[in-house]
Design a protein around this ligand. Structure first.
Ligand SMILES: [Zn+2]
Ligand SMILES: [Zn+2]
Length: 336
């Protein structure tokens, strides 16, 4: 790089160069076009069926209303999504820089130091396609596990559910709903991401000494594409099912429709980000039937308190203060 950068600057820019490609992609036009293309294919194959209305029920529609239903995109929930998205984007640089740049390299160093101390210096393997694939897979599985564990805790612990509720207060699903989260939630997931990237990088850094860069390069496309596509389509109102056998390995987009449903038998299911492996291991996997009814949101009992932008931003503080005052009920029925 250039000679004007001081050591600290250099350190941060080096760290960002390594970390940034691992950060899952934002909503991008290619991903949105892929979503629209696949949705059109579903419309053709199913003769106009497959899109859900704001009520969470599948109906037959002409193509334009199938892809961009007015009742969903003018819904108050979709408008609040935009506000929460903008708010999240404004705050994001703060925690991405602090947490990812701070925690991931530290974790990587800790893992490498620990392995060096326990097993001596690494075997200095030569990287090839198979190893690169394995590195991608390990990163993905670790990321998915950390995501699962954080998400599980958010669903089971009332003080955390108070934050995560904002994501579940969406009454309709649009690709922007993926970013509908309380501003306190981003940093929690960033810690999980930083830890998983750090552990995988430390392990493979130890195995390959200096030749880790190539595996990292490969990792970008594989991981970002899967995550970007899944994140976008699973918050789209069109029900995209995978064959049953594949759903046992990868979350199909429609499996997140049930995650957002307020029906009790759908609560706390399908908690991972990409694969079905962790949900299967922890008994929270739910593969919905074709055209299964999934009404979205918090349900009639508490939806009215989570409709506007400010209701959502202030939600956790209201809940916490009620908990402190002892007004909260037992942890059973968190969704109410
Ligand atoms: Zn959730
Ligand atoms: Zn969601």
């Amino acid at each position: 790089m250039d000679s004007t950068a001081g050591p600290l600057n250099q350190l941060i820019s080096d760290a960002l160069a390594v970390i940034a490609p691992h950060v899952p992609r934002d909503l991008t036009w290619p991903i949105l076009l892929l979503t629209a293309g696949l949705a059109t294919t579903i419309w053709l194959l199913r003769n106009g069926l497959g899109a859900k209305g704001a009520d969470g029920r599948v109906r037959k529609l002409p193509l334009r209303q199938f892809l961009l239903p007015v009742e969903i995109y003018t819904h108050v929930s979709a408008r609040v999504d935009v506000g929460l998205y903008v708010f999240e984007r404004l705050l994001r640089p703060l925690w991405v820089t602090t947490l990812l740049v701070g925690i991931a390299p530290g974790t990587e160093a800790l893992v490498m130091d620990t392995l060096n101390a326990l097993l001596g210096s690494g075997p200095d393997l030569d990287s090839h396609y198979g190893w690169m694939l394995l590195y991608s897979l390990v990163t993905l599985l670790l990321y998915d596990l950390l995501f699962f564990l954080i998400h599980y805790a958010e669903h089971k612990i009332p003080a955390l559910w108070a934050i995560h509720k904002v994501h579940h207060s969406a009454e309709v699903l649009t690709p922007l709903t993926r970013y509908r989260e309380h501003f306190l939630e981003g940093p929690i997931y960033a810690i999980g991401a930083a830890l998983s990237f750090g552990i995988a990088a430390g392990l493979f850094g130890w195995l390959f000494s200096d030749s880790i860069a190539q595996a990292t390069l490969f990792n970008i496309g594989f991981f970002a594409l899967l995550f970007g596509f899944n994140g976008s389509f699973r918050h789209y109102h069109v029900a995209f099912h995978y064959p049953h056998w594949l759903s046992k390995w990868l979350h199909s987009p429609v499996m997140h429709h049930t995650h957002h449903s307020y029906l009790e038998h759908h609560w706390d299911t399908n908690l991972a980000a990409v694969t079905s492996i962790w949900d299967r291991a922890f008994g929270t996997l739910y593969i919905p039937a074709r055209d299964e009814y999934t009404p979205w949101g918090l349900g009639p009992a508490s939806q009215a308190q989570y409709r506007s932008f400010w209701q959502n931003v202030s939600g956790p503080f209201r809940d916490w203060s009620a908990m402190i005052k002892g007004k909260s009920r037992s942890s059973a029925g968190l969704h109410e």
